[in-house]
Every structure is written in C-alpha cells, then in structure tokens.
Design a protein around this ligand. Sequence first.
Ligand SMILES: O=c1ccn([C@@H]2O[C@H](COP(=O)(O)OP(=O)(O)O[C@H]3O[C@H](CO)[C@@H](O)[C@H](O)[C@H]3O)[C@@H](O)[C@H]2O)c(=O)[nH]1
Length: 477
Amino acid sequence: MVSSPGIGHLSPALFLGQRLVTGHNVRVTILIVNTTNTSETQSQLISTYTADTNISVIEIPAADISSIVAPDAKVVTRLCVMMRETIPTIRTAISSMDPRPDVLMGDIFANESWAIAEELKIPKYVFVTGNAWFTGLFAYSPVLDKKVVGQYVDLSELVEIPGCKPVRPEELTDPMLDRDDEAYRVYLDQAVGMTLTDGILINTWEHLEPQTLDALRNNEILRSLINDKPVYSVGPINKKYEPVSSKNEVIEWLDKQPERSVIYVSFGSGGTIPAEQMKELAWGLEMSQQRFVWVVRPPSGQSSDGAFLKPGPDSRGPNDSGPPDYFPEGFLTRTQKVGFVVPSWAPQVEILSHTSVAGFLTHCGWNSTLESITSGVPMIAWPLYAEQFMNATMLVEDLKVAVRPEVMPTKKVVEREEIERMVRSLVEGEEGKTMTNNVRRLKASAEEAMSMNGSSYISTCRFIQDCWSRVNLAKKQ
Ligand SMILES: O=c1ccn([C@@H]2O[C@H](COP(=O)(O)OP(=O)(O)O[C@H]3O[C@H](CO)[C@@H](O)[C@H](O)[C@H]3O)[C@@H](O)[C@H]2O)c(=O)[nH]1
C-alpha cells in the first residue's frame, strides 16, 4: 500500500492494512511518504499500529519540490507534485521488496504509482479514504469539466451527480472552486487516475450510502467513467476504542462529568479557524453554559511556533492553551469548571467513546465523521475545506445526525448566538435526542457491516478473491 502524507490518509490506510492482516490473512507493507513536517503524532501512530500486527512500514522521504512549486500553491497541487516527484524512490523501494508484492494499493493521491504496478504486471487498487458520494463526484468531475462553462461557483443551479444528492456549487471540493488555478487541473488528473485501477475500495458501507454505491456500480455514465471496475465498500475503517490502563488528563476530567453532557470541539488533524471566529466560538460555548472539551490550535494566519503551548497570564496550569488573545478576556477563568482546553491534539477516539460526550463540533473530515458515527455521537457540522461541505450536507440533510450553521463558516463568521443555540440543541434539546437516536442506529449498522458476514466483511472477502484471480491470471500471462 502506498499512502500519501497526512494523518487523514495514513490512518485509514494503517487500519485497512491491519484489517487485511488480522482478518484476512494477507501480508501488508505500507509505504508512507513522509514530508519534513511529519509530526510526532504521525510517528506514534505508525509505531502503535505496526507494533502488534504484521504490517511492515517503509518510510519514504518526500521529494523536495521547493524549486518546482510556488510556495503559495494550493495544498492539492503541492501534494500531487510531491507524490509525482517521489515516484522514483517509491519505485526503488517496491522493486527491492522481497518477496515482490502481488498487488499494489494506493490512496487517490498515489495515482502516479499505478505505472509501477504496470511495470511489475501486478493488479492495482485505489483506496478512497472519503465516502461514496465523494467518489461519485470525483469520478464524474471530468464530465462536469466538459459540461459546465465558466466557474462552477457562478452556477445558479445545483450540480447534479448520478446517485448523489445535488451539490450546491460552493460546496464542491475546494480544488474545484477555482478552475483557473493549477490545483483544478491536478485534481482532474487524479480523478482520471482513480479510474485506471482494477478496482475501487471505499471507506463506507452499503447501508450508509446505498444509492451512491448502486450508481457507481449500475449507472451507465458512472460505470463507464470508472471503466466498469468493481467497487468495494469496506468501511467503516477507523480507529476503534480500546481501553487503556494509563488515563489521559482529559479522560480523567471526562470521568467526572455527567453522562451525555459535554461537547467535544475539534477541527481534525490540521484545521484552524480565524482569530475572530475563535473568539466567537469561545463566546458561544460559554453562553451555552454547557460543558466542553476544545482542541485549540493557533488561529489561521498565525504561526504555530510553540508559543502556543506556553502558559499565559490567563493560565490554568497544564490545561492552559497559551496566549490569552486567542480567547475573549477571562474566558479560561470563567469556564474553568465546565471546560477543558487541550492544546493542538487530543485522544479523539477515546473522547468520543466516553459516556460524558453528548456531541461533536467537527470539521467533517471523513475519519472524524466515522469516529463520531461509530461512537454514536451526533454532530455540529462545521466544514472547512476539501470535501467536508458535502459531508456536512450528507450528515444534516440525508442522515439527520448533525446540525450546521446557517452561514458557511469559510465565508462568514458564525456568531456566538448561533453557536449557543446549536450547542444547547445538541445537549439538551429534542433535536439532540432525535439525532442521538439516529446516529446510534447508524452505529449499529456500521457494526453489523463490519461483523463476520456483514456487508463490508463480504465486500473485503470479494476484493481479496478478485485480487488473487487477477494475480493468478497475471502470473499465467
Ligand atoms: O486532536 C486530534 C485531532 C485529530 N485526530 C485524529 O486525526 C484524524 C483526522 O482525520 P479527518 O477527520 O479525516 O480529518 P483530516 O485530517 O482533515 O482529513 C483529510 O482526509 C480525510 C479523508 O480523506 C478527508 O475527509 C478530509 O476532508 C481531509 O482534510 C482522525 O482520525 C482523528 O481522530 C486526533 O486523534 N486528535
């Protein structure tokens, strides 16, 4: 398996690898492309999840792209160029593996490695770490590219994608929002690359997205776009809660809170919000008078130079999150009894699995979404970038397990009164109770899908059978 950088891609790749090793008797080696920014968290994740399984890890240093990509280029452009430039190192690593791999799998940014599979005459599969809806849009984006004139965001009607809910133009994935930017072309190349594989694995399950999975398999246009390749729904592939003997400070704090009383606030592995929005969020949480755990990062536009972790005058010891100007004056002191601020990174799965947690204010990254669903926790959807706006729409309008602000958080500041209202409705309102029941039903359906003879288990078995048929066929040729 080839994983592009970033916890959001690496973590599901590791969990899928783990599942293939432990549940399906497959040997797995993961090639992880590491940038110079690779965090300590990522290194810990790698060592934890490779220690007790037979997954081997080969860490590949990412190519230096500073001389070929402008420093202000979009993340997608940087990521794709970096993966492309790292291919020679990936090729060398794969060629020197003994025994030689039988199958190559990669995420949607690992497309450049399909050429290696072709050279080695082995099958190649893509693992989409997002959902089927995203996969549908991704596959369909070359059609939209031909069909639509001008910028998508100027369209006055919704964007129709077979098998998916119509998407508001401004909610398309962010590389699609500016067709004049290089990121858009790079993104389209990745979309085409996904369709050149022998099959598509998606981190979803049949019950969650039946229409979209059906369209990917049976809709004429989508089928022809993905060249009639099989689609396997193998999820939810995500970290499971495992009790640990040594407790973290935030878990100890949660242990002392009443059941279903705390809102957990976090914007994924790297999301940040502007300073003005941080203040408004702090006011909203305080005004709601509900308990909260907030994973705080420096506001967007400010550097994360470590000053963030140093106690400021508004300090409350190890739980202090840094310079007080991130918060309204006195916020930490006033919320001392009801809030717990965690700087930068928290044990998310352990938090979401805690009985004190009533809701999750999330940026709707797909891993966070799956972790919330599989913990039975309803959400406040606060999308920031990538495909997160579509995920938010799915959670609110389709699955009915989340509320979201009226305004788009990337366009306008979400005001404190609205935040207060959403938090209250999730923790104490009827809406919160209904959403909790809905999400608990999804949790049960996820467990069922992953159980022996559940849809995702069967789909994974089918994938393995198809793999070996292709491997045997390739060996005969
Ligand atoms: O304090 C924290 C913050 C995050 N996490 C973990 O980090 C992961 C974050 O993943 P995700 O929620 O998917 O967010 P991103 O890292 O932003 O994910 C990227 O990749 C996802 C999968 O492709 C996409 O859905 C997102 O839009 C894209 O931003 C999750 O497993 C979290 O549990 C923690 O453990 N502690």
